[in-house]
Design a protein around this ligand. Structure first.
Ligand code: ADE
Length: 239
């Protein structure tokens, strides 16, 4: 897989040298470059933002540097990922889908966002995915890009040593993961649940399944009973 990241703060993406993405690069599974958007600015001040048409607070990222940058780093057929709080919610399912693509380009916006025409024009030759990490606002797309890249890269075929751990983890089956314990069996007056010490694989599996169900019901009832509103009425998609 190839990943290019465009940002006015390339230093923010330094963690990509470490840990998981760093390992994927060392294994030859990932070719990753971070670019400074200002390299494509056209004036001597390397300006990348301007005031919004229609007025309002903040600044908007100008189309010209973005257009030139995407022409340079995003060939036809690449997937353009734009982290934004107005995107569709990023999920494990989307991570899995992106992990099968050849080339991802991340456009990290700052200020009030990127001039919409950049994305509209790019959609003519690239698959554009506007993705949100969650219902809160970050200062820019960089931290979101880091999170999305980490979630995607660990799913690249051949990357994780133990494929079983991918199947078992939170969200892979629509449930949250059960609690985990290691030695010692008693610590500061807290004991490891007895079922896990029993050596009975059937009992252990049943205990874990029950814990997953309970956690999901308590913390994320929306995952257990995905529903959506249609014409103001709740439509049950799954029981
Ligand atoms: N940029 C700013 N806030 C964001 C969010 N919540 N998700 C993705 N990108 C963002």
């Amino acid at each position: 897989m190839r990943i290019d990241v465009l940002s006015i703060f390339p230093g923010y993406l330094a963690p990509l040298e470490l840990s998981l993405p760093g390992k994927a690069r060392a294994k030859g599974l990932l070719d990753l470059s971070v670019h400074d958007l200002r390299d494509w600015a056209v004036d001597k001040h390397r300006t990348v933002d301007d005031t919004p048409y229609g007025g309002g607070a903040g600044m908007v990222m100008k189309p010209e540097p973005w257009g030139a940058a995407l022409d340079a780093v995003a060939p036809d057929g690449a997937v353009l990922v734009v982290p934004t709080p107005s995107g569709i919610p990023f999920s494990q399912e989307i991570a899995a889908e992106l992990s099968t693509r050849e080339h991802l380009v991340f456009a990290c916006g700052r200020y009030e966002g990127i001039d919409q025409r950049v994305l509209d024009e790019a959609a003519g030759r690239l698959e554009v995915r506007e993705l949100s990490l969650g219902d809160y606002v970050l200062n820019g797309g960089e931290v979101a890009a880091l999170a999305i890249i980490e979630a995607v890269v660990r799913l690249i075929p051949g990357f994780m040593g133990n494929a079983a751990s991918l199947d078992e983890e939170s969200h892979a089956d629509g449930l949250l993961e059960y609690p985990v314990y290691t030695k010692p069996s008693s610590w500061r007056g807290h004991d490891v649940p007895e079922a896990l010490l029993s050596g009975d694989h059937g009992r252990i599996a049943a205990w874990r399944a029950e814990q997953s169900e309970r956690r999901t019901a308590e913390r994320r009832p929306d995952l257990r009973h995905p529903s959506t509103l249609v014409d103001g009425r709740e439509l049950r998609l799954a029981e």
